[in-house]
Ligand binder design. Structure first.
Ligand code: SER
Length: 585
């Protein structure tokens, strides 16, 4: 079965079970500066998991594009990927353990045809915080899993939470038995010898963990599941690695044809990083020296370096991109749509890297010889940083180069220096994020205050449940996303516009105060991602019309805004509307 067939089967199966299909959110979270990329299907759904009503109901299913970057350096082995697709189904206060397990079992055995004997499951063993998940085990038995295929593990394996605090709960994981011989008599799903491969994770979100580490029962019990598409494809096709499936095969074959040196790890790195960078660029990512842009830069540069290692002419990158677009466009039509941008971005970044590479490699040689002369075989972190900062060498490139000469690098020191550097740039980019301000001048500051007024007006006209979902400001206009289940009528738009203009004309003072985050929340201050804020926050108020957690800056009085005009109202994504508006003098 091909990957796209698995995806379609999944969406259709859950649709039949009363789920609404929602589109994949872009890889780059629109309103969340704290994470670089979407790393799981649940991420764009957090507000709904926390209790907000989703416009499409309580049963949802989707495929979500994900990038996880903590294991970049592992890519090249037989399983790690930076980009992957996660299939997921959600119950938002709807079904819970029994139905979720029953559906997973039915999907795996009936739809995908995996024999029940090849499936093992793990459930939460219980600890001082929460009891053993007997219910999940019971449901598995009822569904058709034998007692000896059920394993009990602690929080390290069978508990899921995003970060330190928030909604969480025990999970149950499904493992596929590859049929390989057991590595030892104790071999079981938690063993990573390769006999058992995790295929699906169902999280039963029934608790809330607070900052003090205390667990309380959630009012709304959710189910959040995630099934890795590449892995499932590989298993169902009886392949050893995702690189042997149709998702990567055309690129892998082309690389064999082009290469002069045969290194399988390098081939995998090129194939994986190419797909990943194409997906990121297609969703709006661009290489830079900070945050997401830096990850993208690293991925592209690492790919280029490995092309060099295989002695592949770098001009062939265009050929490889073309092959990938052809191969993947059925799954991701956006790749074809954004083909030109993808191509020019990657080629431009490659050219930049090639320029620095020669200088950097010379510098590396020099520093390496110096280090050797000093009788050491560990390259100083300062040098790694200099190579990064001045020559655009990602540290892992320096590390790989060092390893080729049987040397190591002081990554710890590098990381310290890098952190300092990042802190400096972060301060800049955080400033930028606040309210989505790209640059701060009188115009953008006025637009920023206008977003607060618009936010307040939407609540008055559309209902108190209307909240900001994102915003973006340029000197020419403001863009504002909010939840709403319908296209605004002309009358609604007019009412909103009038209300904002009324407030502007009233000349209301904008005030700012600092307070503890909890107090701010208690006082009813509006905020998009409460958990992302520090303990002490700034709260901007516009008379008694608006109160929001916000970094500012804002105008002093609404009179400074001019005339507010809605230019466009359109859908942004499922259940999210977007307003583009201007301030006229
Ligand atoms: N959120 C869970 C995970 O990432 C299930 O989707 O594994």
């Amino acid at each position: 079965m091909k990957a796209i067939e698995i995806r379609n089967k999944y969406l259709n199966y859950f649709k039949k079970q009363g789920h609404e299909i929602i589109p994949s959110a872009p890889l780059i979270p629109e309103n969340d500066p704290s994470v670089l990329f979407n790393t799981a299907g649940m991420q764009p759904l957090v507000p709904y998991l926390l209790g907000e009503k989703h416009p499409l109901g309580t049963r949802l299913v989707d495929y979500q594009k994900c990038v996880r970057t903590n294991d970049i350096e592992e890519v090249g082995d037989n399983r790690h990927l930076t980009y992957f697709e996660m299939l997921g189904n959600w119950s938002l206060g709807d079904y819970f353990k029994e139905e979720s397990i029953q559906m997973s079992f039915e999907f795996l055995t009936k739809e995908l045809g995996i024999p029940a004997e090849k499936i093992s499951v793990t459930v939460f063993a219980g600890d001082k915080d929460c009891p053993r998940d007997e219910r999940a085990a019971e449901c598995w038995k009822k569904a058709g899993i034998k007692e000896n295929q059920i394993y009990y593990y602690g929080k390290e394996d069978n508990w899921w939470i995003a970060g330190e605090e928030g909604p969480c709960g025990p999970d149950t994981e499904m493992f596929y038995d590859t049929g390989k011989p057991a590595c030892c008599p104790e071999c079981q799903p938690s063993c990573d010898c390769g006999k058992y491969v995790e295929i699906w994770n169902n999280v039963f979100m029934e608790y809330f963990k607070d900052k003090e580490g205390k667990y309380t029962k959630l009012e709304q019990q959710n189910v959040d599941t995630g099934l890795g598409l590449e892995r499932m494809t590989m298993l169902l096709q009886g392949k050893e690695t995702p690189f042997d499936t149709e998702l990567f095969k055309p690129i892998m074959d082309k690389l064999v044809e082009l290469e002069k040196v045969d290194i399988i790890e390098s081939r995998r790195i090129i194939a994986e990083h190419l797909r990943s960078s194409m997906m990121i660029i297609s969703d709006g990512g661009r290489p830079s020296n900070v945050d997401r842009g830096y990850i993208l830069r690293r991925i592209i540069r690492r790919m280029v370096r490995h092309m060099n290692k295989l002695q592949i002419n770098l001009d062939e990158i265009s050929t490889l991109i073309k092959i990938n677009v052809e191969n993947l466009k059925e799954m991701y039509p956006e790749l074809e749509k954004n083909y030109e941008t993808i191509k020019s971005t990657i080629i431009e970044e490659k050219d930049k890297f090639v320029k620095t590479l020669t200088h950097g490699e010379k510098e590396f040689q020099k520093e390496m010889n110096k280090t050797k002369d000093q009788g050491k075989n560990k390259i100083d972190g300062q040098i790694v940083f200099k190579l990064y900062d001045t020559y655009g060498f990602p540290p892992e490139v320096t590390k790989e180069l060092a390893e080729e000469h049987e040397m190591t690098v002081d990554i710890k020191k590098f990381e310290e220096l890098f952190k300092e550097h990042q802190e400096r740039s972060r301060q800049g980019s955080e400033q930028k994020f606040k309210g989505g301000l790209a640059e701060q001048n009188d115009t953008t500051i006025a637009y920023h205050t206008a977003t607060h007024l618009l936010n307040a007006a939407l609540k008055k006209i559309l209902g108190e449940d209307t909240h900001q979902r994102g915003s973006n400001i340029t000197v020419d206009r403001m863009r504002f996303d909010f939840n709403c289940d319908h296209k605004l009528t002309d009358e609604e738009k007019q009412d909103i516009e009038n209300l904002v203009n009324d407030w502007i004309q009233q000349g209301i003072d904008v005030t700012v105060e600092e307070m503890k985050k909890e107090e701010a929340v208690k006082s009813g201050a509006e905020c998009m991602f409460i958990e992302k804020y520090p303990d002490v926050v700034t709260v901007y108020s516009i008379g008694d019309i608006s109160k929001e957690l916000c970094g500012g800056p804002h105008v002093k009085n609404t009179r400074e805004l001019g005339k507010f005009k809605i230019k466009k109202e359109e859908a942004s994504s499922a259940g999210i509307r977007r307003i583009k508006a201007v301030l006229e003098n």
